[in-house]
Design a protein around this ligand. Sequence first.
Ligand code: PLP
Length: 398
Amino acid sequence: MQNVCYDIRGPVLKEAKRLEEEGYSIIRLNTGNPAYFGLKAPDEMIHDLIVNMPNAQAYVDSKGIFAARKAIFQNYQPHNLPNLDIDHIFIGNGVSELIVMVMQGLLDAGDEVLIPSPDYPLWTAAASLAGGKPVHYICDEQSEWFPDIEDITSKISAKTKAILLINPNNPTGAVYPRELVEKIVLLAEEHELIIFSDEIYDRILYDDRKHTITATLTDKVPVITFNGLSKNYRACGLRAGWMVITGKKHGIEDYLEGLEILSNMRLCSNVPAQFSIQTALGGYQSIDDLVRPGGRLYKQREACYETLCTIPGISCVKAKGAIYMFPKIDTKKFDIVSDEKFVLDFLREKKVLTVHGGGFNWPKPDHFRIVFLPDDEVIRDVITRLRDFLESYHQGEE
Ligand code: PLP
């Protein structure tokens, strides 16, 4: 377990819990948990889950119930993903379980996977847990946090098996333009890499941004697309996610068989939640109301960005998608040597829980992640607390 880290729920959270036990009220901005902030799943989804509860007591097909997988299939069908096949759709207990599964099935000791830095850290942890070697490629803050193609190229080796894209991105809020995704796909094709495309925020887009489904761009390499109910449908607690394997299947028959075995080994994923997948994907998409101007998520993003920009020593790239920003701290100004200590000090003094950049495999102590899920007034309050905190903060001084 030495290299297996998941600091989003690490030592700083432990301290937050201790403070809560002492009676303090902590604003928890450490996880992207929409329902916790009153951004609830559509009623219809919950209704259909309840109605189907009597049918949800038995184990089901380990890949998931047919109707849910068919709904996922039909959701992708209009986008013409090459070799889309219902047999290669797996439902999991959230995308999280599937991330562990795809790494476990793929990697032999020392095999490498290209993972963005910063990343959603479960990916790095899962690669390490499977005995593989996560190799981080840089996303460049100067160009809207886009992946640096030169850096990716320089890090491909004979041992590289796969490359991961997280688009829209956690923790940066970046949304990649089609041309950039095309360049990454081309690299994967040249080096015969499997592509993992984590698209769990694909409907959380601001300012009319368009999302590119990576899998639409190639039939020359295998692409595994990940999505689920947690974010677009605000239902993290239901634990329902899926992966869709498309593109070139020839040559990965053993991997597909391995994934089936791993899927069978956990019997099946949470059944009640599967009954809400068809309802979620079909019909009215209430997330669209939340992200358009005047919508709650849109207003919260504006509040977060505007208020962050008023703090001397903090700079930030505005999120174009998802529910996070990854601001930069002027480490010289505040004498910061440890980003974890910075978020810990902020938590202790102002009772706000955030996550340090290192928790996302960012190599320098100069970033932290903020989740803009609370109401805009709360966000303004939280960031004003940060401004007050930073007015006299110097880490060198104890
Ligand atoms: N992928 C990304 C990029 C995430 O941000 C998260 C959760 O925050 C997950 C996957 C995990 O999602 P799930 O709730 O489906 O396990």
